[in-house]
Design a binder for this molecule. Structure first.
Ligand code: NAP
Ligand code: MG
Length: 498
Protein backbone atom coordinates (compact mmCIF):
# COMPACT_ATOMS: atom_id res chain seq x y z
CA UNK A 1 0.00 0.00 0.00
CA UNK A 2 1.36 3.37 -1.00
CA UNK A 3 0.51 5.57 1.94
CA UNK A 4 1.60 8.85 0.45
CA UNK A 5 -0.89 9.79 -2.25
CA UNK A 6 0.43 13.10 -3.47
CA UNK A 7 3.99 14.32 -3.80
CA UNK A 8 3.08 17.99 -3.71
CA UNK A 9 0.61 19.21 -1.08
CA UNK A 10 -1.71 22.11 -1.82
CA UNK A 11 -3.52 24.66 0.28
CA UNK A 12 -7.21 24.04 0.90
CA UNK A 13 -9.08 27.30 0.40
CA UNK A 14 -12.82 27.70 -0.11
CA UNK A 15 -13.16 24.00 -0.85
CA UNK A 16 -10.48 24.08 -3.57
CA UNK A 17 -7.00 22.59 -3.57
CA UNK A 18 -4.79 25.45 -4.68
CA UNK A 19 -1.12 26.14 -5.14
CA UNK A 20 0.43 28.85 -3.00
CA UNK A 21 0.71 32.30 -4.54
CA UNK A 22 4.49 32.09 -4.13
CA UNK A 23 4.87 28.88 -6.14
CA UNK A 24 7.36 27.82 -3.46
CA UNK A 25 7.53 24.69 -1.36
CA UNK A 26 9.88 22.74 0.87
CA UNK A 27 10.50 19.08 1.71
CA UNK A 28 8.93 17.24 4.61
CA UNK A 29 11.48 14.89 6.13
CA UNK A 30 10.85 11.60 7.94
CA UNK A 31 12.85 12.06 11.17
CA UNK A 32 13.43 8.29 11.46
CA UNK A 33 15.11 7.88 8.08
CA UNK A 34 15.80 11.38 6.69
CA UNK A 35 13.78 10.44 3.58
CA UNK A 36 11.83 13.21 1.90
CA UNK A 37 8.10 12.41 2.15
CA UNK A 38 6.29 15.21 0.30
CA UNK A 39 6.64 18.85 -0.68
CA UNK A 40 4.72 21.34 1.42
CA UNK A 41 3.76 24.82 0.17
CA UNK A 42 5.45 27.89 1.59
CA UNK A 43 2.55 30.29 1.28
CA UNK A 44 2.44 34.03 1.82
CA UNK A 45 0.08 36.59 3.32
CA UNK A 46 -1.88 36.69 0.02
CA UNK A 47 -2.93 33.10 0.62
CA UNK A 48 -3.96 33.88 4.19
CA UNK A 49 -6.05 36.78 2.87
CA UNK A 50 -7.81 34.50 0.37
CA UNK A 51 -8.48 31.91 3.06
CA UNK A 52 -9.79 34.51 5.48
CA UNK A 53 -12.08 36.00 2.85
CA UNK A 54 -13.48 32.54 2.04
CA UNK A 55 -13.91 31.76 5.73
CA UNK A 56 -15.68 35.03 6.42
CA UNK A 57 -18.22 34.48 3.72
CA UNK A 58 -18.75 30.78 4.52
CA UNK A 59 -19.14 31.48 8.24
CA UNK A 60 -22.22 33.65 7.74
CA UNK A 61 -24.11 30.71 6.24
CA UNK A 62 -22.56 28.10 8.54
CA UNK A 63 -23.68 29.96 11.65
CA UNK A 64 -27.29 29.67 10.42
CA UNK A 65 -27.11 25.89 10.05
CA UNK A 66 -28.73 24.41 13.19
CA UNK A 67 -26.02 23.17 15.56
CA UNK A 68 -27.26 19.53 15.55
CA UNK A 69 -26.78 19.54 11.76
CA UNK A 70 -23.34 21.10 12.06
CA UNK A 71 -22.59 18.28 14.49
CA UNK A 72 -23.57 15.65 11.93
CA UNK A 73 -20.58 16.68 9.85
CA UNK A 74 -18.34 16.03 12.85
CA UNK A 75 -19.91 12.59 13.39
CA UNK A 76 -19.06 11.77 9.79
CA UNK A 77 -15.53 13.12 10.28
CA UNK A 78 -15.17 10.83 13.32
CA UNK A 79 -16.42 7.81 11.38
CA UNK A 80 -14.05 8.40 8.47
CA UNK A 81 -11.14 8.87 10.88
CA UNK A 82 -12.08 5.60 12.55
CA UNK A 83 -12.19 3.80 9.23
CA UNK A 84 -8.78 5.24 8.31
CA UNK A 85 -7.19 4.96 11.74
CA UNK A 86 -4.37 2.63 10.74
CA UNK A 87 -3.44 4.57 7.60
CA UNK A 88 -3.50 7.89 9.45
CA UNK A 89 -1.42 6.42 12.27
CA UNK A 90 1.26 5.16 9.90
CA UNK A 91 1.46 8.49 8.11
CA UNK A 92 1.68 10.22 11.48
CA UNK A 93 4.60 8.02 12.50
CA UNK A 94 6.31 8.75 9.19
CA UNK A 95 6.10 12.53 9.43
CA UNK A 96 6.46 12.97 13.18
CA UNK A 97 8.49 9.94 14.28
CA UNK A 98 6.41 8.88 17.30
CA UNK A 99 6.09 5.12 17.61
CA UNK A 100 3.09 3.52 15.94
CA UNK A 101 1.32 2.62 19.19
CA UNK A 102 1.41 6.26 20.25
CA UNK A 103 0.38 7.42 16.78
CA UNK A 104 -2.69 5.18 17.05
CA UNK A 105 -3.40 6.73 20.42
CA UNK A 106 -3.15 10.21 18.96
CA UNK A 107 -5.50 9.43 16.07
CA UNK A 108 -7.92 7.89 18.57
CA UNK A 109 -7.85 11.14 20.51
CA UNK A 110 -9.04 12.93 17.38
CA UNK A 111 -11.83 10.36 16.88
CA UNK A 112 -12.90 10.79 20.50
CA UNK A 113 -12.92 14.55 20.07
CA UNK A 114 -15.08 14.30 16.93
CA UNK A 115 -17.78 12.34 18.74
CA UNK A 116 -17.53 14.39 21.89
CA UNK A 117 -17.82 17.75 20.13
CA UNK A 118 -20.53 16.41 17.82
CA UNK A 119 -22.49 15.75 21.02
CA UNK A 120 -22.14 19.45 21.81
CA UNK A 121 -24.27 20.16 18.75
CA UNK A 122 -27.24 19.09 20.87
CA UNK A 123 -26.07 20.93 23.98
CA UNK A 124 -24.12 24.17 23.58
CA UNK A 125 -25.91 25.13 26.79
CA UNK A 126 -26.55 28.71 27.80
CA UNK A 127 -28.31 29.88 30.94
CA UNK A 128 -31.81 31.10 31.67
CA UNK A 129 -32.22 33.16 34.79
CA UNK A 130 -35.05 35.13 36.39
CA UNK A 131 -35.27 38.79 35.46
CA UNK A 132 -35.43 41.37 38.23
CA UNK A 133 -38.45 42.86 36.44
CA UNK A 134 -41.97 41.54 35.88
CA UNK A 135 -42.89 40.13 32.47
CA UNK A 136 -39.34 40.00 31.32
CA UNK A 137 -37.25 37.01 30.30
CA UNK A 138 -33.45 36.75 30.62
CA UNK A 139 -31.08 34.24 29.06
CA UNK A 140 -27.60 33.82 27.66
CA UNK A 141 -26.52 31.92 24.56
CA UNK A 142 -23.18 31.03 23.03
CA UNK A 143 -22.64 32.86 19.74
CA UNK A 144 -19.87 31.97 17.29
CA UNK A 145 -16.99 34.43 17.17
CA UNK A 146 -16.67 34.39 13.37
CA UNK A 147 -13.42 33.40 11.72
CA UNK A 148 -10.92 31.67 13.98
CA UNK A 149 -7.22 31.17 13.32
CA UNK A 150 -5.58 27.95 14.47
CA UNK A 151 -1.80 27.56 14.70
CA UNK A 152 -0.54 24.12 15.69
CA UNK A 153 2.80 22.43 16.52
CA UNK A 154 4.39 19.32 15.04
CA UNK A 155 4.38 17.14 18.15
CA UNK A 156 0.63 16.29 18.01
CA UNK A 157 -0.13 17.08 14.37
CA UNK A 158 -3.66 15.71 14.33
CA UNK A 159 -4.89 15.63 17.94
CA UNK A 160 -4.26 19.30 18.67
CA UNK A 161 -5.88 20.32 15.39
CA UNK A 162 -9.01 18.41 16.37
CA UNK A 163 -9.02 19.92 19.88
CA UNK A 164 -9.25 23.33 18.28
CA UNK A 165 -11.12 22.94 15.00
CA UNK A 166 -13.93 20.63 16.17
CA UNK A 167 -15.29 22.90 18.92
CA UNK A 168 -14.80 25.92 16.64
CA UNK A 169 -16.79 24.30 13.85
CA UNK A 170 -19.63 22.90 15.96
CA UNK A 171 -20.05 26.34 17.52
CA UNK A 172 -20.64 27.89 14.08
CA UNK A 173 -17.25 29.41 13.27
CA UNK A 174 -15.14 29.07 10.15
CA UNK A 175 -11.46 28.20 10.44
CA UNK A 176 -8.14 29.22 8.91
CA UNK A 177 -5.55 26.65 10.02
CA UNK A 178 -1.80 26.83 9.73
CA UNK A 179 -0.23 23.49 10.61
CA UNK A 180 3.45 23.14 11.54
CA UNK A 181 5.64 22.94 8.44
CA UNK A 182 7.31 19.77 9.78
CA UNK A 183 4.02 17.83 9.87
CA UNK A 184 1.63 18.89 7.09
CA UNK A 185 0.57 15.38 6.03
CA UNK A 186 -1.90 15.01 8.89
CA UNK A 187 -3.36 18.42 8.03
CA UNK A 188 -3.77 17.40 4.41
CA UNK A 189 -5.48 14.18 5.49
CA UNK A 190 -7.80 15.96 7.93
CA UNK A 191 -8.78 18.55 5.31
CA UNK A 192 -9.65 15.72 2.90
CA UNK A 193 -11.76 14.10 5.60
CA UNK A 194 -13.67 17.35 6.20
CA UNK A 195 -14.27 17.61 2.47
CA UNK A 196 -15.55 14.03 2.25
CA UNK A 197 -17.72 14.49 5.34
CA UNK A 198 -19.54 17.28 3.51
CA UNK A 199 -18.33 20.33 5.41
CA UNK A 200 -19.45 23.31 3.29
CA UNK A 201 -16.65 24.94 1.34
CA UNK A 202 -14.82 27.72 3.12
CA UNK A 203 -15.68 26.53 6.65
CA UNK A 204 -12.25 24.88 7.00
CA UNK A 205 -9.27 26.35 5.18
CA UNK A 206 -5.70 25.14 5.44
CA UNK A 207 -2.78 27.38 4.56
CA UNK A 208 0.66 25.79 4.69
CA UNK A 209 3.77 27.83 5.30
CA UNK A 210 6.16 29.11 7.92
CA UNK A 211 5.04 30.58 11.19
CA UNK A 212 6.83 33.84 10.64
CA UNK A 213 5.03 34.39 7.31
CA UNK A 214 1.69 32.59 7.34
CA UNK A 215 1.20 32.49 11.13
CA UNK A 216 2.08 36.14 11.47
CA UNK A 217 -0.24 37.10 8.60
CA UNK A 218 -3.08 35.33 10.42
CA UNK A 219 -2.44 37.34 13.56
CA UNK A 220 -2.51 40.51 11.43
CA UNK A 221 -5.78 39.68 9.61
CA UNK A 222 -8.54 41.91 10.97
CA UNK A 223 -11.28 39.40 10.15
CA UNK A 224 -9.66 36.61 12.16
CA UNK A 225 -11.21 37.29 15.56
CA UNK A 226 -9.56 34.55 17.63
CA UNK A 227 -6.15 32.96 17.50
CA UNK A 228 -5.81 29.57 19.15
CA UNK A 229 -2.13 28.65 19.38
CA UNK A 230 -0.19 25.70 20.72
CA UNK A 231 3.58 25.82 20.59
CA UNK A 232 6.60 27.33 22.27
CA UNK A 233 6.60 30.07 24.86
CA UNK A 234 8.69 32.40 22.81
CA UNK A 235 6.36 32.30 19.80
CA UNK A 236 3.26 32.37 22.01
CA UNK A 237 4.40 35.54 23.76
CA UNK A 238 5.00 37.26 20.42
CA UNK A 239 1.57 36.27 19.15
CA UNK A 240 -0.11 37.40 22.38
CA UNK A 241 1.45 40.84 22.28
CA UNK A 242 0.40 41.38 18.66
CA UNK A 243 -3.10 40.13 19.43
CA UNK A 244 -3.16 42.57 22.33
CA UNK A 245 -2.56 45.46 19.97
CA UNK A 246 -5.46 44.30 17.77
CA UNK A 247 -7.71 43.48 20.78
CA UNK A 248 -7.90 39.97 19.39
CA UNK A 249 -8.86 37.07 21.62
CA UNK A 250 -5.93 34.68 21.94
CA UNK A 251 -5.69 31.28 23.55
CA UNK A 252 -2.19 29.96 24.22
CA UNK A 253 -1.05 26.47 25.21
CA UNK A 254 2.72 26.37 25.59
CA UNK A 255 5.53 24.57 27.30
CA UNK A 256 5.87 22.46 30.39
CA UNK A 257 8.45 21.27 32.92
CA UNK A 258 6.39 18.50 34.33
CA UNK A 259 7.28 16.74 37.56
CA UNK A 260 6.55 13.38 39.13
CA UNK A 261 6.73 13.05 42.92
CA UNK A 262 7.70 9.63 44.26
CA UNK A 263 7.01 9.35 47.99
CA UNK A 264 8.56 6.82 50.40
CA UNK A 265 5.38 4.69 50.43
CA UNK A 266 4.98 4.64 46.61
CA UNK A 267 4.46 1.47 44.62
CA UNK A 268 7.88 1.68 42.99
CA UNK A 269 7.14 -0.68 40.13
CA UNK A 270 4.19 1.46 39.15
CA UNK A 271 6.25 4.65 39.55
CA UNK A 272 8.98 3.26 37.29
CA UNK A 273 6.42 2.38 34.61
CA UNK A 274 4.74 5.77 34.89
CA UNK A 275 8.05 7.65 34.67
CA UNK A 276 9.31 5.62 31.70
CA UNK A 277 6.09 6.09 29.73
CA UNK A 278 5.66 9.78 30.40
CA UNK A 279 9.35 10.72 30.12
CA UNK A 280 10.60 8.69 27.17
CA UNK A 281 7.36 8.24 25.21
CA UNK A 282 7.40 10.44 22.07
CA UNK A 283 11.11 10.78 22.97
CA UNK A 284 10.11 13.35 25.56
CA UNK A 285 8.63 15.64 22.92
CA UNK A 286 5.32 16.09 24.66
CA UNK A 287 4.28 19.30 26.33
CA UNK A 288 3.28 17.09 29.29
CA UNK A 289 6.45 14.96 29.24
CA UNK A 290 7.89 14.14 32.65
CA UNK A 291 11.29 15.79 32.90
CA UNK A 292 11.75 15.99 36.68
CA UNK A 293 11.28 13.39 39.39
CA UNK A 294 11.18 14.58 42.99
CA UNK A 295 12.08 11.38 44.79
CA UNK A 296 11.99 10.80 48.54
CA UNK A 297 15.57 10.19 49.70
CA UNK A 298 14.65 6.89 51.33
CA UNK A 299 13.74 5.32 47.96
CA UNK A 300 16.15 7.26 45.75
CA UNK A 301 18.78 4.53 45.34
CA UNK A 302 16.23 1.90 44.52
CA UNK A 303 14.41 4.12 42.02
CA UNK A 304 17.68 5.02 40.30
CA UNK A 305 18.62 1.39 39.99
CA UNK A 306 15.24 0.25 38.69
CA UNK A 307 14.95 3.09 36.21
CA UNK A 308 18.42 2.41 34.78
CA UNK A 309 17.55 -1.24 34.36
CA UNK A 310 14.35 -0.45 32.47
CA UNK A 311 15.92 2.32 30.37
CA UNK A 312 18.51 -0.17 29.15
CA UNK A 313 15.67 -2.29 27.74
CA UNK A 314 14.08 0.51 25.67
CA UNK A 315 14.43 -0.19 21.96
CA UNK A 316 15.15 2.92 19.90
CA UNK A 317 14.48 3.26 16.20
CA UNK A 318 11.91 3.70 13.44
CA UNK A 319 8.50 3.84 15.11
CA UNK A 320 6.81 1.91 12.28
CA UNK A 321 8.43 -1.20 13.75
CA UNK A 322 6.00 -2.42 16.45
CA UNK A 323 8.85 -3.51 18.73
CA UNK A 324 10.33 -0.01 18.96
CA UNK A 325 9.56 1.97 22.12
CA UNK A 326 11.40 5.25 21.49
CA UNK A 327 11.41 7.04 18.14
CA UNK A 328 13.51 9.92 16.80
CA UNK A 329 13.69 13.62 17.65
CA UNK A 330 11.82 15.76 15.12
CA UNK A 331 14.84 17.36 13.42
CA UNK A 332 18.54 18.01 13.64
CA UNK A 333 18.20 21.28 15.52
CA UNK A 334 15.95 19.62 18.10
CA UNK A 335 18.58 16.91 18.50
CA UNK A 336 21.35 19.47 18.99
CA UNK A 337 19.24 21.34 21.54
CA UNK A 338 18.74 18.17 23.60
CA UNK A 339 22.45 17.42 23.39
CA UNK A 340 23.35 20.90 24.59
CA UNK A 341 21.48 20.27 27.83
CA UNK A 342 23.72 17.32 28.62
CA UNK A 343 26.79 19.52 28.94
CA UNK A 344 24.75 22.16 30.76
CA UNK A 345 23.68 19.51 33.31
CA UNK A 346 27.19 18.16 33.75
CA UNK A 347 28.69 21.63 34.15
CA UNK A 348 26.10 22.46 36.81
CA UNK A 349 27.20 19.38 38.77
CA UNK A 350 24.38 16.92 38.05
CA UNK A 351 25.37 13.26 37.88
CA UNK A 352 24.69 11.53 34.54
CA UNK A 353 23.51 7.97 35.23
CA UNK A 354 22.77 6.84 31.69
CA UNK A 355 22.37 8.14 28.13
CA UNK A 356 23.36 11.67 27.18
CA UNK A 357 24.42 11.10 23.58
CA UNK A 358 23.23 11.03 19.97
CA UNK A 359 22.98 7.52 18.49
CA UNK A 360 25.15 7.47 15.40
CA UNK A 361 25.74 3.84 14.47
CA UNK A 362 24.02 1.61 11.91
CA UNK A 363 20.44 2.53 11.06
CA UNK A 364 20.42 5.14 13.80
CA UNK A 365 22.77 7.23 11.70
CA UNK A 366 19.97 7.90 9.20
CA UNK A 367 17.64 9.46 11.75
CA UNK A 368 17.73 11.84 14.72
CA UNK A 369 18.04 9.51 17.68
CA UNK A 370 18.95 10.45 21.23
CA UNK A 371 19.66 7.94 23.98
CA UNK A 372 17.12 8.03 26.85
CA UNK A 373 18.93 9.98 29.54
CA UNK A 374 18.80 10.04 33.33
CA UNK A 375 20.49 12.59 35.58
CA UNK A 376 20.51 12.35 39.35
CA UNK A 377 21.47 14.55 42.31
CA UNK A 378 19.93 17.42 40.41
CA UNK A 379 19.31 20.65 42.34
CA UNK A 380 15.97 22.36 41.74
CA UNK A 381 17.58 25.59 40.56
CA UNK A 382 19.76 23.95 37.87
CA UNK A 383 18.86 24.79 34.28
CA UNK A 384 18.11 21.14 33.48
CA UNK A 385 15.53 21.26 36.29
CA UNK A 386 13.99 24.55 35.17
CA UNK A 387 13.99 24.73 31.36
CA UNK A 388 11.96 22.76 28.85
CA UNK A 389 14.35 20.37 27.05
CA UNK A 390 11.78 18.63 24.81
CA UNK A 391 13.72 15.41 24.60
CA UNK A 392 14.25 12.14 26.52
CA UNK A 393 16.04 13.66 29.51
CA UNK A 394 14.94 13.19 33.12
CA UNK A 395 16.35 14.82 36.27
CA UNK A 396 16.03 13.06 39.61
CA UNK A 397 15.83 15.55 42.48
CA UNK A 398 16.14 14.04 45.96
CA UNK A 399 13.72 15.41 48.60
CA UNK A 400 13.21 14.89 52.31
CA UNK A 401 9.46 15.49 52.58
CA UNK A 402 6.14 15.89 50.81
CA UNK A 403 6.17 19.65 51.40
CA UNK A 404 9.61 20.02 49.86
CA UNK A 405 8.55 17.97 46.82
CA UNK A 406 5.51 20.16 46.23
CA UNK A 407 7.53 23.33 46.66
CA UNK A 408 10.10 22.17 44.09
CA UNK A 409 7.38 21.03 41.73
CA UNK A 410 5.87 24.52 41.85
CA UNK A 411 9.18 26.37 41.54
CA UNK A 412 9.31 26.39 37.73
CA UNK A 413 8.08 28.92 35.20
CA UNK A 414 5.55 26.44 33.75
CA UNK A 415 2.39 24.85 35.17
CA UNK A 416 1.09 22.18 32.83
CA UNK A 417 1.10 18.73 34.42
CA UNK A 418 2.28 17.03 37.60
CA UNK A 419 1.91 13.69 39.32
CA UNK A 420 2.39 11.94 42.64
CA UNK A 421 2.96 8.31 43.49
CA UNK A 422 1.84 7.54 47.05
CA UNK A 423 -0.52 5.23 48.94
CA UNK A 424 -1.33 7.88 51.53
CA UNK A 425 -4.82 9.29 50.95
CA UNK A 426 -4.01 12.44 52.92
CA UNK A 427 -1.08 13.17 50.64
CA UNK A 428 -3.23 12.46 47.59
CA UNK A 429 -5.73 15.12 48.54
CA UNK A 430 -3.11 17.61 49.70
CA UNK A 431 -1.25 17.12 46.40
CA UNK A 432 -4.28 17.70 44.18
CA UNK A 433 -4.86 20.91 46.12
CA UNK A 434 -1.27 22.17 46.29
CA UNK A 435 0.31 21.22 42.95
CA UNK A 436 -0.11 24.40 40.92
CA UNK A 437 -0.51 22.80 37.47
CA UNK A 438 -3.54 22.64 35.17
CA UNK A 439 -3.41 18.83 35.22
CA UNK A 440 -2.62 16.56 38.21
CA UNK A 441 -2.27 12.79 38.11
CA UNK A 442 -2.30 10.45 41.09
CA UNK A 443 -0.43 7.16 40.72
CA UNK A 444 0.17 7.72 37.00
CA UNK A 445 2.80 9.62 35.00
CA UNK A 446 2.36 13.18 33.74
CA UNK A 447 0.71 12.25 30.43
CA UNK A 448 -2.59 10.69 29.43
CA UNK A 449 -5.16 13.49 29.30
CA UNK A 450 -8.68 12.52 28.25
CA UNK A 451 -10.54 14.74 25.82
CA UNK A 452 -13.62 15.53 27.91
CA UNK A 453 -11.64 17.43 30.55
CA UNK A 454 -9.94 20.80 30.14
CA UNK A 455 -6.35 20.67 28.89
CA UNK A 456 -3.86 23.41 29.63
CA UNK A 457 -1.79 24.95 32.34
CA UNK A 458 -1.05 27.77 34.70
CA UNK A 459 1.75 30.37 34.81
CA UNK A 460 4.07 30.33 31.76
CA UNK A 461 2.18 27.44 30.15
CA UNK A 462 -0.80 29.49 29.05
CA UNK A 463 -2.89 32.59 29.37
CA UNK A 464 -5.90 31.28 31.24
CA UNK A 465 -7.71 29.44 28.45
CA UNK A 466 -8.11 25.71 27.96
CA UNK A 467 -8.31 23.33 25.03
CA UNK A 468 -10.52 20.26 25.21
CA UNK A 469 -13.66 19.59 27.25
CA UNK A 470 -16.46 22.13 27.57
CA UNK A 471 -13.83 24.75 28.39
CA UNK A 472 -12.73 24.76 24.75
CA UNK A 473 -16.09 26.24 23.77
CA UNK A 474 -15.27 29.37 25.76
CA UNK A 475 -12.42 30.11 23.36
CA UNK A 476 -14.58 29.84 20.26
CA UNK A 477 -17.80 31.49 21.44
CA UNK A 478 -18.93 34.84 22.74
CA UNK A 479 -21.51 34.96 25.48
CA UNK A 480 -24.56 36.88 24.37
CA UNK A 481 -27.05 38.07 27.01
CA UNK A 482 -30.63 38.41 25.74
CA UNK A 483 -33.52 40.20 27.46
CA UNK A 484 -37.10 39.86 26.20
CA UNK A 485 -39.57 42.28 27.72
CA UNK A 486 -43.18 41.19 27.29
CA UNK A 487 -44.75 43.80 29.60
CA UNK A 488 -45.65 46.17 26.77
CA UNK A 489 -44.07 49.11 28.57
CA UNK A 490 -40.57 50.44 29.04
CA UNK A 491 -39.14 48.86 32.19
CA UNK A 492 -35.83 50.24 33.38
CA UNK A 493 -33.44 47.79 35.04
CA UNK A 494 -32.29 48.78 38.55
CA UNK A 495 -34.84 51.64 38.58
CA UNK A 496 -38.35 50.31 37.95
CA UNK A 497 -37.91 47.48 40.44
CA UNK A 498 -40.90 47.35 42.82
P1 NAP B 1 6.75 26.65 17.77
O1 NAP B 1 8.02 26.81 17.11
O2 NAP B 1 6.27 27.70 18.71
O3 NAP B 1 5.69 26.45 16.60
C1 NAP B 1 4.31 26.27 16.83
C2 NAP B 1 3.54 26.77 15.63
O4 NAP B 1 3.66 28.19 15.56
C3 NAP B 1 4.06 26.23 14.30
O5 NAP B 1 2.97 26.03 13.43
C4 NAP B 1 4.93 27.37 13.82
O6 NAP B 1 5.11 27.38 12.43
C5 NAP B 1 4.14 28.57 14.28
N1 NAP B 1 4.90 29.81 14.39
C6 NAP B 1 6.24 29.97 14.52
N2 NAP B 1 6.56 31.28 14.55
C7 NAP B 1 5.40 31.98 14.45
C8 NAP B 1 5.08 33.36 14.42
N3 NAP B 1 6.00 34.31 14.51
N4 NAP B 1 3.77 33.72 14.29
C9 NAP B 1 2.82 32.79 14.22
N5 NAP B 1 3.06 31.47 14.22
C10 NAP B 1 4.34 31.05 14.35
O7 NAP B 1 6.64 25.30 18.58
P2 NAP B 1 7.08 23.87 18.08
O8 NAP B 1 8.55 23.84 18.07
O9 NAP B 1 6.36 23.52 16.84
O10 NAP B 1 6.45 22.94 19.24
C11 NAP B 1 7.09 22.69 20.45
C12 NAP B 1 6.52 23.51 21.58
O11 NAP B 1 5.11 23.37 21.67
C13 NAP B 1 7.04 23.10 22.93
O12 NAP B 1 7.41 24.22 23.67
C14 NAP B 1 5.84 22.41 23.58
O13 NAP B 1 5.85 22.40 24.96
C15 NAP B 1 4.72 23.15 23.01
N6 NAP B 1 3.48 22.37 23.06
C16 NAP B 1 2.53 22.72 23.98
C17 NAP B 1 1.35 22.01 24.08
C18 NAP B 1 0.30 22.42 25.07
O14 NAP B 1 -0.86 22.16 24.84
N7 NAP B 1 0.64 23.09 26.15
C19 NAP B 1 1.12 20.92 23.23
C20 NAP B 1 2.13 20.58 22.32
C21 NAP B 1 3.29 21.32 22.24
P3 NAP B 1 6.34 26.64 11.68
O15 NAP B 1 6.98 25.72 12.68
O16 NAP B 1 5.69 25.96 10.56
O17 NAP B 1 7.27 27.71 11.22
MG1 MG C 1 9.27 25.49 15.31
Amino acid sequence: MNLIQEQQLKNFINGNWVEPSTGKSTSVINPATSDSLVQVPLSASEDVKAATKAAKSAQKKWALVPAPQRAEVLYRVGLIMKERKERLSQLLTMENGKVIEEARGEVQEGIDMAFYMAGEGRRLFGQTTPSELKDKFAMSVRAPVGVVGIITPWNFPIAIATWKSFPAIVAGNAVVWKPATETPIMANELAKIFEEAGLPEGVMNVVFGSGSTVGDAMVEQKDIRVISFTGSNEVGRGIASKCGQHLKKVSLEMGGKNGVIVMDDADLSLAVEGILWSAYGTSGQRCTACSRVMVHESVKDELEERLQKEIAKLSIGNGLDESIKVGPIINRSGLEKVKSYISIGKEEGAKLLTGGYILENGDHKKGNYFAPTLFTDVKPEMRIAQEEIFGPVVSLIPVKSFDEAVEINNSVEFGLSSSIFTQDVNQVFAAQRDLDTGIVYVNAGTTGAEIHLPFGGTKGTGNGHRDSGIAALDVFTEWKAIYVDYSGKLQRAQIDVE
